[in-house]
Design a protein around this ligand. Sequence first.
Ligand code: UVW
Length: 320
Amino acid sequence: VFPNFDDLPAVPDTPQGCLWGFYDKDGVKDEIGSVNLLTPDVVKEASREIQTGRHVQLDWPLESIKHPGFARVPLKHRLLDNYVSLKEYALDDELEFNTQGGSQWDSLKHYAYQKKQVYYNGLAFEEAKKSITNGLHNFCDRGGIVGRGVLIDMVRYWDKIGQELPNPWSSYKITVQELEAALADQGTTLKQGDILLVRSGYVKRHNEASDEECRAGTQGATSIGVEPSEETVRWLYRHHPAAVGGDTIGFEALPRDPENPWSLHEWLLVFWGTPIGELWDLEQLGDICRDLGRWTFFVTSAPLNVRGGVGSPPGAIAVF
Ligand code: UVW
């Protein structure tokens, strides 16, 4: 049971509403934040979503973004036929990629509280560079990220109300009112511990655009996303998702304003320990939800088991 946002105990050097220490046990600092909400009971309850056996992977092909922003490198994929010298015919391959350049989880050591250069539960930026604290492997060690997924399909909603799709390479801010209206239209109710996904049309547009349009769109690192505002932060806190995600570069609208105290990267990753999924492919997911008339499903995600890793393709599958 979470205290009200305004009643949370003050945490030094952080704004009101910070949950550091909330999940600590026996004096041991927690490293998985709201993923703690995915208890066996919650997962068992989520499994009731499996009714038809239809399933869909939520990772966009890793090579989808050919011109990533933030000076990230696109995927390099090499095929190796090392065995030929042994007169054997087999292939290996090697991948080189920036884990932030495609479908990904941001772990709790990706984006720091900029004012203090600290991560979730007080991990200092300099310490994060030399240690495995808050790394991805913590999610793997506890059996991955598994629970009830909920899609808020903004594309479907905007289409239904006759609103033109916003340009995903603009900094269009999706407000709480829009999220609530889409949820109400879907007849979907959020529950504590949900894996909350927002479809904005980013991947749809990228899939349809020319290479030149994609280059201009992705290198600018401007993106549609959820509005980074006090209202959004309080709304997210009230619903307590275990994780959030979407089809955009940063879940929240980008670029960030360094003066805005409601950066969702800071609130989610740093103050609450809530992993953020980005650039997920929610296209087929949206189609299945529309077919079935329900926007909830079972989700499993197996991040790369890299000790101290920062980001990872989600390896996420939704099952209906
Ligand atoms: C940053 O916030 C720097 O990256 P991303 O939006 O990919 O998480």
